[in-house]
Design a protein around this ligand. Structure first.
Ligand code: SF4
Length: 396
């Protein structure tokens, strides 16, 4: 952090000229001084990305299985204590959602669920993965952390990627943000990618959620973590996501800011530091910024996303229930005189695509273009949208 704050034009220039960067060089590249050289940084990042990945952008969609959760994370709409509408999709309903996404072109799905041992059990997850495997070649998971032995059946069922955001690498802020549930254990979460690797996952995804601690501190920690994983889990492909906090139920306000220009700088700095790492940008970011970042270093984007279970087809609609402080409230109590989440009129967190389950989403989407529109834009930028880049047959 000291080095980053104090970096001058000379040290930035020296770090920019290197082909293999250290963490100290990375600190230079995310410095305020390097922000002045953003054009040079972007150009190098663009060249390096094209050299390593060609002109391709992978597409994926999140498929939310459940918004039940036993944790309280101050910044998340699914937090246990938020009075929201919840549902867990059956395996059949998950297949219905996946079929709708497949129809749109997706062959890479990220299954997302809150952490709730009763609703989102290990068996349930295994059954979901096994059912999807025949139709969807790329299935990744973003679910509550598990033991290595618990991960193995998921890998055997066909899951190939595991994504776990540390959220914040600042232990003090971490303990303030996570006030209930197993997620309070910082180290258990931090060691999750290694347990997943030991179980056989071949793609690992990490991230900090920008908006909690100072972004440069988080970026340095993500870089240190990525560097460690690349050395210790070297057979896996590593992706780094760059999520910024979005409005959500509970109305948490970000504690810190990272501007669009700084986010661009960070994408480029990650690329120079980790030439082969996938860099992921979700629909948390607005269309214009996503379009601008695609040619600079991003290699993977989501599109047409819904962050509520059943959001693509309305699956699970009949089972949606309200929970208040973690307890299910009787159906009669569902009709509240005011929406459970504040907002103009009906809750803005309820999906409005005509398919909605009315379950509450995790956060608000900023880029609501359809997958077809995003793919078209990628083509217009001179890149090839890649819907499928993996098949289990390749491992035979
Ligand atoms: S961030 Fe994850 S663990 Fe925390 S409340 Fe949301 S879904 Fe649950």
């Amino acid at each position: 952090m000291k080095r980053s704050r104090a970096a001058g034009a000379n040290s930035v220039r020296e770090s920019l000229a290197k082909t293999k960067l250290s963490l100290a060089d990375f600190a230079d590249l995310i410095s305020p001084a390097a922000n002045e050289s953003l054009e040079t940084l972007s150009l190098r990042s663009q060249q390096l990305t094209q050299q390593r990945f060609g002109k391709t952008i992978r597409l994926f969609a999140p498929l939310y299985l459940s918004n039940e959760c036993v944790n309280n994370c101050a910044y998340c709409g699914f937090s246990r204590d938020n009075p929201i509408l919840r549902v867990t999709l059956s395996v059949g309903e998950v297949l219905r959602e996946a079929a709708a996404l497949r129809e749109q072109g997706f062959r890479n799905l990220l299954l997302v669920a809150g952490e709730h041992p009763k609703f989102v059990s290990n068996h349930y997850l295994r059954d979901c993965v096994a059912a999807l495997h025949a139709e969807i070649p790329g299935v990744s998971l973003e679910v509550g952390p598990m033991e290595t032995e618990e991960y193995r059946p998921l890998v055997a069922a066909g899951a190939d990627g595991l994504v776990v955001y540390q959220e914040t690498y600042d232990r003090k802020i971490y303990s303030e943000m996570h006030t209930a549930g197993p997620k309070r254990n910082f180290d258990w979460r931090l060691e999750t990618p290694e347990r997943a690797y030991a179980a056989g996952f071949r793609r690992l995804g990490i991230a900090a959620l920008f908006g909690l601690a100072d972004w440069r501190y988080e970026a340095l920690c993500v870089a240190a973590h990525a560097d460690y994983l690349l050395r210790h889990c070297w057979k896996a492909q590593l992706t780094i996501s760059l999520p910024r906090l979005r409005p959500c139920a509970g109305e948490f306000q970000p504690l810190t800011q990272i501007s669009d220009r700084e986010l661009t700088q960070l994408v480029c700095a990650f690329r120079l530091m980790f030439p082969d790492a996938g860099l992921v940008l979700s629909t948390r970011e607005p269309a214009r910024l996503r379009d601008g970042l695609i040619p600079l270093g991003i290699t993977m984007v989501s599109a047409g996303s819904h962050t509520e279970p059943g959001g693509y087809t309305g699956a699970g609609r009949e089972k949606t229930h309200l929970t208040v402080r973690g307890k299910i409230v009787e159906t009669g109590a569902l009709v509240s005189p005011k929406p459970p989440i504040s907002g103009e009129g009906a809750s803005e967190w309820v999906a409005t695509n005509g398919h909605a389950t009315n379950a509450t989403g995790q956060f608000e989407i900023a880029d609501d273009r359809s997958p077809g529109e995003v793919a078209e834009l990628i083509r217009k930028l001179g890149y090839e949208p890649v819907w499928k880049d993996w098949d289990a047959a390749l491992t035979m």
